[in-house]
Design a protein around this ligand. Structure first.
Ligand code: UDP
Ligand code: MG
Length: 318
């Protein structure tokens, strides 16, 4: 149905400093290949010259397309916009900051030709701060244990997807998109290889500590209800032990006539239970918040403009 073989989807948010270098390197890598390609840039509401630059690139080369979102909707939404835009039989997702080296794309295509629907380029943690490495490793251990789908450390968004994998991704309507989980959820034959982590070529990373923490919570909660179940289990066990303890005190008083000074245990019980209740409420609140969020069925993004005559696919929701 399409004449484009490979679509490369690139979300860009304030990448003015690096976009030209990226574009040049990417085109230089794709051009020698025999297959037709297109590059789909998504400007995620950049405040610098990114949008103007993408427009120029698209005007100069028919293989370059772009969509611009009306504000910053976040990388997940920008990727979704790009996936909807892509027409290729194969879609490669990558970052604009050259941390996803374009020269790996031919290798991904080669692996895809062996029948894999997802090819993941997995970075190691070379050159990353020790604290960050430690924290993310601990996080992924936690996620692996508590999540219903498998998520691998370092396996990010630099991946190739076959057309049917893309179609599967696009059937998932949730507004809270934790794509690492979504990629794993859709299944299909997946292969991965490791490459050495590189530093951002220019510009700044948009992932500060707070944003990472929120992303982490999203990941934990959006794919399972285990934290909720854990809260229920803890609550039940606590209730049972409190019951046993109360019976024991009553038995003591009746059988031995011991007078128990109660305030210390009372305080301990109140504080302990209060804490657990607060935590549980928090967990429940998170889920309720998510339900509220999903139930609004808002689109994932709003398109400001696109270079195509026909608008990019509407943000249709099932
Ligand atoms: N990005 C985006 N929207 C955002 C944040 C980031 O489209 O709100 C893009 C960004 O332009 C880059 C990619 O997502 O192409 C990865 O971002 P970044 O390099 O800041 O993340 P890091 O590599 O530090 O994880
Ligand atoms: Mg980066």
């Amino acid at each position: 149905m399409t004449t484009v073989h490979t679509s490369v989807v690139v979300p860009c948010f304030n990448e003015d400093d690096v976009i030209d270098a990226f574009h040049e390197e990417l085109v230089g890598t794709l051009e020698p290949g025999a297959t037709a390609f297109e590059i789909c840039y998504v400007d995620d509401g950049s405040g610098d010259g990114t949008r103007a630059r993408l427009k120029e690139l698209a005007a100069a080369d028919h293989r370059v397309r772009y969509t611009s979102l009306s504000r910053n909707f976040g990388k997940e939404s920008a990727m979704l916009a790009g996936l909807r835009m892509a027409r290729g039989d194969v879609v490669v997702l990558m970052d604009a900051d050259l941390q996803h080296p374009p020269h790996l794309v031919p290798r991904m295509l080669e692996l895809h030709s062996h029948g894999y629907d997802q090819v993941v380029a997995q970075r190691d943690r070379t050159g990353e701060g020790a604290v960050r490495t430690l924290l993310s490793q601990a996080y992924y251990r936690l996620v692996r244990r508590s999540m219903d789908v498998e998520v691998v450390d370092g396996a990010g968004d630099f991946r190739l997807l076959s057309r049917r994998a893309v179609e599967a991704l696009l059937t998932m309507p949730e507004s809270n998109r934790f794509s690492k989980g979504l990629f794993s959820w859709i299944g299909f034959d997946t292969v991965s290889f490791t490459y050495t982590n590189v530093r951002r070529a220019a510009g700044r990373s948009k992932w500060g500590g707070r944003r990472l923490l929120e992303y982490g919570i999203d990941g934990l909660l959006s794919f399972n209800s285990r934290p909720l179940r854990l809260a229920i289990h803890t609550g039940l066990w606590l209730f049972l032990s409190a019951l046993v303890y109360a019976l024991w005190i009553i038995a003591n008083v009746f059988l031995d006539g011991v007078d128990t000074p109660g305030y210390a245990t009372l305080i301990a019980a109140i504080v302990g239970l209060g804490g657990i209740q607060l935590a549980t409420l928090g967990v429940i609140g998170e889920y309720v918040g998510r339900i509220y969020h999903e139930s609004k069925r808002r689109p994932h993004y709003v398109i400001r403009e696109t270079d195509e005559s026909a608008p990019a696919q509407p943000d249709a929701r099932v």
